[in-house]
Ligand binder design. Structure first.
Ligand SMILES: [Zn+2]
Length: 620
């Protein structure tokens, strides 16, 4: 087929060419492709249906989707993995947080008079708070913002304050009347997690946050976010109402010293306006954050090899796609317009299309002779941060060094202009030639990207040293919106992706030798990085395992972390004298590092405390 024919063929189902194609089919070409039933339409339609409610990990929609996938795996003759009794591989995750009964008790130290607050409108733990009690005298620390020295900006709410063993009271947000540029800088350090870390690093026992009378949501406690962090941030932290803050300020016995007056003095961001102690009041904060654990399910089966695997290196090849999506968009990763908020996010392209592709490739391979076992995997929890594939890679049913290759499909149903993007090709020298050969029949305009550090499950297999590919037909305006529906999928081209992938798996499956793995050096930090951080450390954090510190799921080849001797499994607990309790601390710690300037890193390896020097590089 020439490229001209291909392009006419491609446009065929989109309009003008339809009538021509049908006319030809009716007369000269009775076996034209347009009459063949789609390999993928039924799968996408089922997975992206109303009934499955957007397939949120841990929801009933996820359960119904997994039921469908299991039934389809059975239909094509797949079996549960050796050693597994079931196609379902469960994993646990934090689905959200709620307040289970936090309190604040204020004591006037002159009279010993108490006032206890327990209503959620008066006191509510911050979602990342440690659970426990903190008691101490109170220091009002303004907005509680510390701009790192490296920024040469000179704003430190703690500059003149001693908060060791105290309870710190701070205002929410940032100075309200500052100029736009100043606000822009301060806003970057006004995140509640950052304020909590600043207080903790200065020895505070607890943090209270109040939305000042001059701020949005004035006087209101802060709703719990759907924070999926597995553990607390190392400090007891709660938000309080304006009434509770007023009660504390009242102990000053000075009608001029109110929360309103204190905020007013701070609101033009004059760095010389300092906070002050509230000497006549002591506070007890009790926090109770309930982190709701839920169970998600990966669905994995395999087609056993049909030809005895003698002389075959690495007897497995795997195909995978995430089948979960955003549900009704309740986890904050929806891009829905206001009018569509809370509607079902059907996720037809993201990623019913990829799941359908894996099923269809599996079905095509099920009737062919196979030298290698073909693993068919459907991951859940991808949308909350690759949770399902991370759980699998950390505890694989089939040892990962037995995998000759892993092929991932994420959003492959909206092809434009015959363009198919294939990512992670840098993971093996085999890919370039193999793709070129397979594309002779397929005729795509291939966009080849070597980088395996993609925001999808392929990253986990690359991290585990498996030669990998990711197929992707590009993003579109329905991405992460309720409008990503099954009727918009281009089934004819999706089926072509299936044929292409089946040909690739066939070639890998038939070769006695497995593709060689190549470690790709990362040129820009993927994920986690805050806007404006131009710094590259080469760490790959593990977001899904509960530890105190920053657990590394790997390091980037040739990057600063690897050069510093860090490796997978290390837990970073301190960087440049800042303790690291979690990923957020780490992100903020990056702010104080300088490109090219070595920083001391303290880490745990097999429980043993070690030190190294890491020299951050510039992001490219
Ligand atoms: Zn997505």
């Amino acid at each position: 087929m020439t490229s001209l024919e291909k392009s006419a063929h491609h446009k065929g189902h989109k309009g003008l060419w339809v009538s021509v194609a049908i006319a030809l089919a009716a007369t000269a070409l009775p076996h034209a492709q347009t009459t063949a039933p789609s390999k993928t339409r039924a799968h996408v339609t089922a997975l992206a249906s109303e009934k499955l409610e957007g397939r949120l990990v841990g929801s009933n929609g996820e359960k119904l989707a997994s039921d469908y996938l299991v039934s389809q795996l059975r239909r094509i003759g797949a079996k549960p993995l050796p050693g597994a009794t079931d196609f379902l591989l469960p994993f646990e995750f934090t689905a959200g947080t709620r307040d289970g009964g936090s309190t604040a008790t204020i004591t006037d130290t002159r009279s010993n008079g108490n006032r206890a607050f327990s209503a959620r409108t008066d006191v509510q733990a911050l979602s990342f708070s440690d659970n426990g009690d903190a008691t101490g005298s109170v220091v009002f620390a303004g907005y509680g913002i510390v701009v790192p020295e490296a920024q040469n900006f000179g704003y430190d709410s703690y500059a003149t304050l001693d908060v060791k063993d105290k309870i710190v009271l701070v205002l929410r947000y940032f100075p309200e009347d500052a100029d736009i540029k100043t606000k822009g800088i301060l806003a970057r350090y006004a995140d509640l997690r950052y304020k909590a870390m600043a207080a903790r690093l200065r020895g505070a026992r607890g943090l209270l946050v109040v939305a000042g009378p001059h701020s949005p949501n004035a006087g209101e406690t802060i709703p719990m976010t759907s924070d999926t962090a597995l553990s607390g941030s190392g400090i007891v932290a709660a938000s309080i109402s304006g009434a509770v803050a007023d009660a504390m300020f009242a102990t000053l016995g000075d009608p001029g010293k109110t929360l309103t007056a204190a905020q007013k003095a701070l609101d033009d961001a004059n760095p010389h306006v300092a906070g002050f102690a509230l000497p006549n009041v002591s506070v007890n904060i009790h926090t109770n954050v309930v982190r709701e654990k839920r169970t998600g399910h990966n669905v994995v089966g395999y087609l056993p090899a049909t030809i005895p695997a003698t002389g075959v290196e690495k007897p497995w090849v795997a195909l995978g796609a995430h089948y979960d999506h955003l549900g009704h968009g309740e986890n904050g990763n929806s891009l829905a317009d206001k009018a569509d908020t809370g509607r079902i996010h059907y996720g037809a392209d993201d990623n019913a299309s990829g799941s359908a592709a894996v099923l269809a490739v599996g079905e095509a391979l099920s009737s062919r002779p196979r030298h290698r076992n073909v693993e068919l995997a459907f991951w859940s929890g991808e949308e909350l941060g690759l949770i399902g594939s991370t759980a699998y890679v950390n505890d694989p049913t089939i040892p990962l060094d037995q995998l000759a290759a892993y092929l991932n499909f994420d959003m492959v149903g909206r092809m434009q202009d015959n363009k198919l993007t294939v990512q992670a090709t840098g993971t093996s020298p085999t890919w370039a030639r193999l793709l070129e050969q397979a594309n002779i029949a397929a005729g795509f305009d291939l966009l080849i990207q070597a980088d395996p550090y993609q925001p999808t499950d392929v990253e986990k297999f690359n991290g585990a040293g498996v030669p990998s590919l990711n197929f992707f037909t590009g993003t579109h305006t329905d991405y992460h919106r309720p409008s990503d529906t099954a009727d918009k999928i281009d089934y004819e081209d999706l089926d072509r992706v299936v044929d292409f992938a089946a040909a690739i798996v066939g070639r890998i499956g038939d070769a006695a030798q497995a593709p060689q793995f190549t470690k790709v050096e990362q040129t820009s930090e993927s994920g986690g990085g805050r806007a404006g951080v131009r710094l590259f450390t080469g760490t790959i954090p593990d977001y899904s395992t509960e530890v105190k510190g920053l657990l590394l799921s790997g390091v980037i080849g040739g990057g600063p972390a690897e050069q510093a001797g860090l490796q997978k499994g290390d837990i970073i607990v301190e960087i440049a004298s800042q303790t690291i309790a979690n990923i957020y601390d780490y992100t903020y710690a990056l702010e104080v590092l300088k490109i090219g300037e070595p920083a001391k890193v303290v880490y745990l390896r097999n429980g043993e405390r070690r030190e190294t020097m890491l020299t951050p590089a510039a992001r490219k």
